[in-house]
Design a protein around this ligand. Structure first.
Ligand SMILES: Cc1ncc(COP(=O)(O)O)c(C=O)c1O
Length: 330
């Protein structure tokens, strides 16, 4: 996707080594909070290359980011438009529109994204305020296994550009968001296939429009293994359970939305269905049910999950007093 500038979604993995490498490679960034902004500024990244893509920001966060030199801010409501404009009247703004998340393992539509009637209202308000509403974005849903979602999102964005031009606005940013999938257990489309769909859909976009994407998972997932140990095993109502020393609260939280990780062990016994749980007392801390693993797994065994560099350590909490997983950079 030669026309598409990558802006890494820091939330996927804010480890300083990851950020430093991406800065060295010339990536831009997308942030959700001022803490993420500070990580980047501390590493010397220029504020102008950092886009504030969280559609709901506190007034204090907008003020802080503006003072640090961030120029581009997303919005998906009239209220957020007025909030950002009141703090920074010369902000460059981009509008997050609703788009189908069909076939994405981690849908993001519903919580964010303006629908057509709201889009009209936001454009009207921007004109009244003389705000610089200058771009459109969408998110196809994380771990998106349906490349057509990008085509639909781009086509919708270009229609919004038309609506903007008619009332005198000057759109110059097309942000095609994140969602590029990584391999776990289910089949995924290749990045080349997604690139074909994207390149075809943006072929008609004039050179004056900057096109960017916000990959998170895709850039960091295969950079890490998640390694933990078995605290103990048990039989409950005829089912075999194994408890790991890090579970949902230790960072393997995406299993809660149905993401199935590949799990490796050092055992080679017959495969049987296991229920896999974390070490906390919370009944939500169950990772997988009927997951086929060797029957001879025992207390103390190591567990290895490949492709676990995204949305793991950044999600982990100290719930129940368990330590955060350490990050060992090799
Ligand atoms: C605004 C925004 N951009 C980009 C991303 C990154 O998505 P992904 O990791 O699926 O590429 C997210 C993820 O939640 C997001 O909210």
């Amino acid at each position: 996707m030669p026309r598409v500038h990558p802006h890494y979604a820091v939330k996927a993995n804010p480890n300083p080594q990851v950020l430093k490498t991406l800065i060295e490679e010339g990536a831009g960034f997308e942030i959700a909070s001022v803490a993420e902004l500070d990580f980047l500024l501390d590493l010397g990244q220029k504020a102008q290359d950092i886009y504030y893509s969280n559609p709901m920001k506190s007034r204090e966060f907008v003020r802080y980011a503006a003072a640090k030199g961030v120029e581009w801010f997303v919005l998906d409501s009239v209220e957020e438009l007025r909030k950002i404009f009141s703090v920074k009247p010369n902000a460059k703004l981009y509008l997050r529109i609703d788009t189908p998340n069909i076939g994405s393992d981690w849908p993001l539509s519903g919580k964010f994204g303006a629908h057509p009637a709201e889009v009209r209202e936001i454009i009207k308000t921007a004109v009244e305020l003389k705000a610089d509403l200058a771009g459109v974005t969408f998110h196809v849903g994380s771990q998106c296994r349906n490349p057509q979602n990008w085509r639909v999102g781009i086509e919708s964005a270009l229609k919004v550009f038309q609506q903007m031009r008619v009332v005198g606005l000057n759109p110059r940013l097309l942000n095609i968001g994140g969602g590029y999938p990584v391999r776990h257990v289910k089949p995924i489309p290749s990045i080349e296939k997604i690139g074909e769909v994207v390149n075809e859909a943006i072929a008609c976009v004039s050179d004056g429009i900057r096109i960017m994407a916000e990959p998170g998972r895709y850039l960091v997932s295969d950079a890490a293994y998640f390694v933990c140990r078995v605290v103990g095993t048990a039989t409950r109502a005829g089912k075999r359970w194994m408890y790991w020393d890090a579970g949902v609260f230790g960072g393997i939280i995406e299993t809660q939305e149905g993401l199935i990780y590949e799990v490796r062990t050092d055992r080679n016994g017959r495969l049987i269905p296991w229920v896999v749980a974390g070490p906390t007392c919370d009944s939500m801390d169950v990772l997988m049910r009927d997951h086929m693993l060797p029957e001879d797994v025992q207390e103390g065994d190591y567990i290895y999950i490949p492709n676990a560099g995204a949305y793991t350590s950044s999600y982990a909490s100290n719930f129940n007093g368990f330590p955060l997983p350490g990050v060992i950079v090799i």
